[in-house]
Design a binder for this molecule. Structure first.
Ligand code: SAH
Length: 261
């Protein structure tokens, strides 16, 4: 059994067809696929699109695919033998499609979402990870990665996929998610740093985490929180993305005031 590189190959063609359908492909599209593996998705994507770039880390799988596409004279597929996390993505507008390698799935998503040049992404990952990506405030799955995802994209969970649809079968159920790029500007470091800090102390109130994040007295922290119309006793999992954004804005104002004193 090969578990290196998160390799669980999809063997159910109907699931593959439904993943492709979700991307609404047309002949003008340029697509980037991460981890084509033995090509179950790749072979369905390329006839529908202008151009497909597929990036595969595994040299043996890469060679097999290369032979397949050259043998069949398929010219709109560019195969690249590389770690996607080290690949320089150009700025051609693209859709992303992938049955992601589960061991590096969130790292790959964090790399893709802030890019400006993608429109739609359809990804398969462990069900629990997909739930965290799409979670809203108030849910137990809500955390840093939910806020990160929702800042950059509109997310829709499409369907679950049983372990039986893979070889070898993974230990967990999988889900497919569709993301649409909101083309948000990079929000500046304070926002994500503060969100990360708040969720690193999930059980603490926002009053505690804000005062430790800014290293300021609770009194000042509570003024900042109240300016945003929020209750100081809330835990981070009850704060919406826009609540975190307005807190960040007030933190920055406060810092500027203090720097001027
Ligand atoms: N798309 C195929 C394979 C999915 S398994 C299918 O649906 O059956 C995940 C694939 O990603 C494997 O082929 C694995 O070798 C590849 N992979 C793992 N890590 C990678 C990385 N960092 N960059 C590119 N490909 C990677």
């Amino acid at each position: 059994m090969r578990q290196k590189h998160g390799q669980n190959f999809l063997i159910d063609n109907n699931i593959a067809i439904n993943i492709i359908k979700a991307a609404n492909l047309d002949s003008k599209d340029n697509v980037l696929e991460i981890g084509p593996g033995n090509g179950i998705l790749t072979k369905l994507i390329h006839p529908k699109v202008n151009n497909l770039t597929a990036i595969e880390i595994d040299g043996t799988l890469f060679q097999q695919l290369r032979h397949y596409f050259s043998f069949h004279n398929i010219t709109n597929v560019e195969l690249i033998n590389k770690d996607f996390l080290k690949y320089d993505i150009d700025d051609i507008e693209r859709k992303f499609i992938s049955n992601l390698p589960y061991n590096v799935g969130t790292a790959i998503i964090q790399r893709i979402l802030p890019l400006q040049n993608w429109t739609t992404a359809v990804f398969m990952l462990q069900k629990e990870v997909i739930a965290r990506l799409a979670a809203k405030h108030g849910s137990k799955d809500y955390g840093y990665i939910s806020i990160f995802t929702s800042y950059y994209a509109d997310a829709e969970i499409l369907f679950d996929v049983s372990p039986k649809c893979f070889n070898p079968p993974p230990k967990v159920v999988s889900s497919v998610i569709k993301l649409k790029n909101k083309k948000s500007e990079y929000p500046d470091d304070v926002f994500f740093d503060f969100v990360k800090h708040a969720f690193s102390m999930r059980r603490k109130t926002i009053l505690n985490s804000l005062s430790s994040f800014c290293n300021i007295p609770k009194n000042d922290a509570s003024k900042i929180i109240e300016t945003c119309g929020l209750n100081v006793l809330l835990r981070p999992d009850k704060l919406s993305v826009s609540a975190f954004l307005s807190l960040t804005k007030e933190i920055k104002k406060y810092r500027i005031c203090r720097a001027e004193i």
